[in-house]
Design a protein around this ligand. Structure first.
Ligand SMILES: O=C(O)[C@H](O)[C@@H](O)[C@H](O)[C@H](O)COP(=O)(O)O
Length: 233
């Protein structure tokens, strides 16, 4: 594993991981609020983060000064069971975190490109960079919505992209996606990868040791800071 570009943090249980990640994220958000009056948090969807979200939602920080957004989103309304916004609303924006501001990536639009433009217009005015980003990873090595079979993978992995939000078309993604761009993710003050299970550990290690550059490896290698990998079996 390429130790120079990531820090492996292993936990005995998924609950211990959720607690440690929630504590770390809460500390980082509080530091951002103290230093610049507010904090920007970008989280991933899928199935892994639910326990982390529930744990983070209980942390006593100045949530009214936190803006929450998604790392990526399916091109579906929040009423869809596929919606990451619905997952965040149900699992994170509750308890003490209920007062946080949430900015969605999905907007009703003719197509995913138009939705990406609307999200970009809304997010551009924020006080960038992101303070905290928590990435997930698929067993194909995708992270965010940087899917290996995306028609525009080169654009998605471009660390010099001028875009904030990009549309994604990839057969393996299930539906069109919206994703924050590579430079917006890797410029975060704190960049974590949250993965669970032996299969994802094997995928991650193979990605870091092999010759092929999978999306997760591209992000880790483009990051100016070591990515903190939070893993539990
Ligand atoms: O929209 C999504 O699906 C996520 O943002 C995505 O990037 C996720 O992190 C991985 O696909 C892992 O998903 P699981 O946690 O369900 O394995």
């Amino acid at each position: 594993m390429s130790v120079k570009t990531c820090e492996w943090l292993e936990f005995s249980t998924r609950k211990a991981l959720a607690t440690a990640l929630a504590d770390t994220v809460a500390q980082r958000l509080t530091a951002a609020i103290e230093s610049r009056g507010g904090a920007l948090l970008a989280v991933s969807g899928g199935t892994t983060p639910a326990l982390f979200f529930e744990t983070l939602s209980t942390r006593a920080i100045a949530w009214s000064k936190v803006t929450v957004m998604l790392v990526d989103e399916r091109f579906v309304p929040s009423s869809s069971p596929r919606s990451n916004a619905a997952l965040v609303s149900e699992k994170l924006l509750r308890n003490k975190a209920a007062v946080a501001r949430f900015l969605p990536l999905y907007h009703p639009a003719q197509n995913v490109a138009a939705a990406a433009s609307r999200a970009e217009a809304e997010l551009l005015g924020l006080d960038w960079p992101l303070d905290v980003v928590v990435l997930g990873m698929g067993t194909d090595g995708h992270t965010a919505s940087f899917f290996p079979d995306a028609s525009t993978l080169d654009l998605l992995l471009d660390p010099a992209s001028s875009q904030v939000v990009l549309p994604v078309d990839a057969v393996s993604a299930g539906e069109p996606r919206l994703t924050l761009s590579m430079p917006r993710l890797i410029s975060a003050g704190f960049l974590a990868l949250h993965i669970e299970g032996q299969e994802k550990r094997a995928v991650f290690e193979a990605a870091m040791e092999g010759n092929a550059v999978t999306p997760i490896r591209a992000v880790i290698e483009a990051s100016p800071q070591p990515v903190k990998v939070f893993w539990a079996a």
